[in-house]
Design a protein around this ligand. Structure first.
Ligand SMILES: Nc1ncnc2c1ncn2[C@@H]1O[C@H](COP(=O)(O)OP(=O)(O)OP(=O)(O)O)[C@@H](O)[C@H]1O
Ligand SMILES: [Mg+2]
Length: 247
């Protein structure tokens, strides 16, 4: 697997002013691998995700996608963004566009797909996330769980090499969390490369190949979920798990 790294961070550092938010981050995600990132609030999980598709710049280190360093700007950067889909806590759908438009806009504009082709693929993707009947609706007419599934379909429509999820279920009511996690589990089974920041430990146990625990801008543990949950090595991870498993 080591020869087939899709995402590779080597010695990545980033500051926000005096705050050293990412400290010597080394992380490799193989093709088809699902890596769950956990850790206390403020530990740098979102920042790490955002550096991977260069929504944030870094000060030192390198990030490779499919063996190629992240481009600095311009067309190459736009192409990279299209290769790494991102799903956020807050869905970020276009409110004044239908569900179908939300899924077809980028493939038509960025991937230059013909509208009819993009729509055909979008309908297939909406079917896959259980929303075939909702294509003509607007985001506000959907539940949070449905909106997040549209966001996933929208990301998939770009045929990304990898998907990043930053707390995709944190804004959802409990009864909707599972319908989103189920779509993500299905993607994992199909071999999608995924980096997932989440507090859903059930998902981490069942779907992740590796769990990365972050604290204070560092990767403290990077291990198989069964090992990590059975016996976290660091006091920080033990404290963190004790807190969140109580909820
Ligand atoms: N744009 C910014 N400017 C300055 N500081 C920032 C900025 N974005 C994040 N930070 C700080 O960087 C640290 C890491 O933030 P980040 O959002 O990556 O943490 P996180 O692990 O995702 O936390 P949470 O679990 O609360 O989402 C925090 O201390 C945060 O306040
Ligand atoms: Mg965050």
């Amino acid at each position: 697997m080591a020869g087939d790294a899709l995402i590779e961070l080597r010695g990545v550092n980033k500051h926000y002013g005096a705050l050293h938010v990412l400290q010597d981050i080394d992380l490799t995600v193989a093709r088809g691998e699902v890596v769950v990132i956990i850790g206390p609030s403020g530990s740098g999980k979102s920042t790490l995700c955002r550096t991977i598709n260069r929504l944030e710049t870094i000060e030192s280190g390198t990030i490779l996608l499919d063996g190629v360093p992240l481009p600095q700007e311009g067309r190459a950067l736009a192409r990279l963004r299209a290769d790494v889909g991102m799903v956020f806590q807050s869905f970020n759908l276009f409110a004044h566009r239908t569900v179908l438009d939300n899924v077809t806009l980028a493939p038509v504009k960025v991937r230059r797909q013909r509208k009819a082709d993009a729509e055909r693929r979008a309908r297939a993707l909406l079917d896959r996330v259980g929303l075939a009947a909702h294509a003509a609706k607007y985001p506000a007419q959907l539940s949070g769980g449905q909106q997040q599934r549209v966001a996933i379909a929208r990301a998939l429509a770009m045929e990304p090499k990898a998907l990043l999820f930053d707390e995709p279920t944190s804004a959802l009511d409990p009864e909707m969390i599972n319908e989103v996690l189920e779509v993500m589990r299905q993607l994992a089974r199909e071999g999608m490369t995924m980096v997932v920041v989440t507090h859903e430990m059930g998902f981490a146990r069942s779907a992740a190949h590796r769990v990365v625990f972050m604290a204070d801008g560092r990767i403290v543990e990077d291990r198989a979920p069964e090992e990590f949950f059975a016996a976290p090595r660091s006091a920080r991870a033990r404290d963190f798990l004790a807190k969140i498993l109580k909820h």
